[in-house]
Design a binder for this molecule. Structure first.
Ligand code: PLP
Length: 364
């Protein structure tokens, strides 16, 4: 607190990112990073860029080559692609440019916890719609025409996906409002809404290179949609930071999209390990939601999640725990390599064997 702060800063509740541990050799399953490195072509592209001695010059403010690459990949035009410094920045611009209207934006109560933070930062009214008891999104909460909609698909941190037919219905029933689908995890098993872009001018799809393309450290995210929506985002970008994607990030992201075989191979490995991890957790008594993402959402019926997180951390194993209503007994565990998942399962087995269950009546 300081008297120098503006009013809006006093009232903010900032997002808390997952820990980047100082631990020498952590088993890091807390921020949904990819356990595999990006394509070797990414490193080559960065080296080539460095060899050309270009870092003293500003990057392409429009990220033309990258937008063309991504447009071609999805069968869109460059004018239907916006690039931002991570999809977090893209989402921030979306709130400011497209979600501030006379009707509140609707998103799930259990969802990406950055959404309410952006809403408060930009003074955007919102309604958090409760998920059903089994954590599914009730599409009827959004379908009656009533305001913009923002849904992650698959949802975070539950990992549950919506069907494309439900998204199509939302778009049709809300023709006067933007529907934003945040597809940060879509490549691990959900259906992308990108195919609906040509038929729905109110659809904006947000994607990132951070999860499925192993480039969390590079900060490159996208919005895909009708030219008018993309133009709105570009107007915000050019009123905020006209060079948001640095030279290395631009060439790295192009190379990542050009190596589709690498992308498919690493996604398939993560999906396989996810199923193996979920099975291992269920064998130890955990309830695990059927995930289509690169993480699982699990709860032990007789062990406190805060304690489990702390005991795992003491062994150098990092998972994510959200101290929020309805999910404070869940752990969100990123899918690592099979070795990392095995280390987690081993630690859990010893923790469960030595630490007493608590009375299960408390655990509702
Ligand atoms: C990780 C994540 C993002 C942000 O990704 P960036 O690294 O900023 O591109 C956006 N939405 C959801 C739901 C995420 O989980």
């Amino acid at each position: 607190m300081s008297r120098f702060w503006s009013d809006v800063i006093h009232r903010l509740t900032p997002y808390i990112p997952g820990e980047q541990p100082a631990h020498a050799n952590p088993v890091k399953l807390n921020t949904n990073e990819n356990p595999y490195p990006p394509s070797p072509r990414v490193v080559d592209a960065i080296r080539r860029e460095l060899d050309q001695d270009t870092l003293r010059k500003y990057p392409d403010p429009e990220s033309c080559a990258l937008r063309q690459t991504v447009a071609r990949y999805h069968g869109l035009s460059s004018e239907q692609v916006f690039v931002g410094n991570g999809s977090d920045e893209v989402l921030a611009h979306v709130f400011q440019a497209l979600l501030k209207h006379d009707r509140p934006v609707r998103f799930p109560d259990i969802s990406y916890s950055f959404y309410p933070v952006y809403a408060r930062l930009y003074g955007v009214a919102f309604e958090a719609k409760p998920l059903d008891r089994d954590f599914t999104i009730n599409i009827d909460d959004y379908a009656p025409s009533g305001g913009p909609v923002l849904l992650p698909n698959p949802n975070a941190p539950t990992g549950l996906a919506l069907r494309l037919t439900d998204i199509a219905r939302l778009l049709t029933e809300n023709p006067g409002f933007v529907v934003v689908i945040d597809e940060a995890y879509v490549d691990f098993g959900a259906e992308s809404a990108v195919t609906l872009i040509p038929s729905h001018p109110n659809l904006l799809v947000v994607q990132t290179t951070s999860k499925a393309r192993s480039l969390a450290g590079m900060r490159v995210g996208f919005a895909l949609g009708n030219e008018a929506l993309i133009h709105a985002l570009t107007r915000v970008k050019d009123s905020f930071n006209s060079y948001p994607i640095d030279r290395l990030a631009q060439v790295a992201a192009v190379a990542a999209y050009e190596d589709d075989a690498w992308f498919r191979m690493t996604c398939a490995k993560v999906v396989k390990s996810r199923e193996r991890l979920a099975k291992g957790l269920r064998a130890q008594g955990f309830e695990v939601t059927p995930s289509t993402a690169n993480f699982v959402f699990a709860r032990h019926p007789a062990r406190d999640a805060t304690t489990l997180t702390a005991l795992l951390r003491a062994q150098g194993i990092f998972v994510r725990h959200f101290d929020l209503p309805r999910i404070n007994q869940h752990l969100r565990i990123s899918v690592g390599t099979d070795d990392e998942c095995d280390a987690l399962l081993r630690s859990l087995r010893s923790i469960l064997a030595t630490y007493e269950p608590y009375p299960t009546t408390e655990n509702i």
